[in-house]
Design a protein around this ligand. Structure first.
Ligand code: 5GP
Length: 113
């Protein structure tokens, strides 16, 4: 069964797209936790970072570089931003399709909850 993100990638359900290329899509989160909350999602169906293999190294690097580029595009380069990857139950993962959260637009507390 397809995840919600696979359905967005396949254009079966809509999303507000911040960036797309041949390897990933970046969409605005439907339930934003900050003024900017974008999800950078690989088009290849990696479940989570803990399930990635050495074959995914290039994709993983691409996700981080894309997240930084989207942060810059959305005006966060100077003020700063945070990238988060939730992995598994205790990590807060709810969608089993790898995604990098890009958060910014306000000061973010540390440590996270
Ligand atoms: P996770 O909890 O797995 O790290 O993050 C999943 C994220 O996906 C959550 O922040 C949630 O708000 C977001 N999300 C879930 N369903 C949708 C959807 O249909 N569209 C968009 N744009 N975001 C979604």
């Amino acid at each position: 069964m397809k995840t919600i993100f696979q359905r967005i990638i396949d254009r079966e359900i809509p999303a507000k797209i911040a960036h797309e290329d041949e390897r990933c899509i970046a969409i605005h989160d439907v339930n934003p936790q900050a003024p900017v909350h974008v999800l950078v999602i690989p088009k290849s169906p990696i479940a989570r970072v803990g399930a990635a293999t050495a074959d995914d190294s290039s994709t993983l690097g691409h996700l981080l570089l894309t997240a930084a580029a989207v942060a810059k595009k959305l005006g966060l380069a100077e003020s700063g931003f945070r990238l988060v990857i939730n992995n598994g139950q205790d990590g807060g993962e709810t969608v089993p399709h790898l995604h990098v959260h890009l958060l910014g637009g306000r000061p973010l507390a540390w440590p996270p909850g």
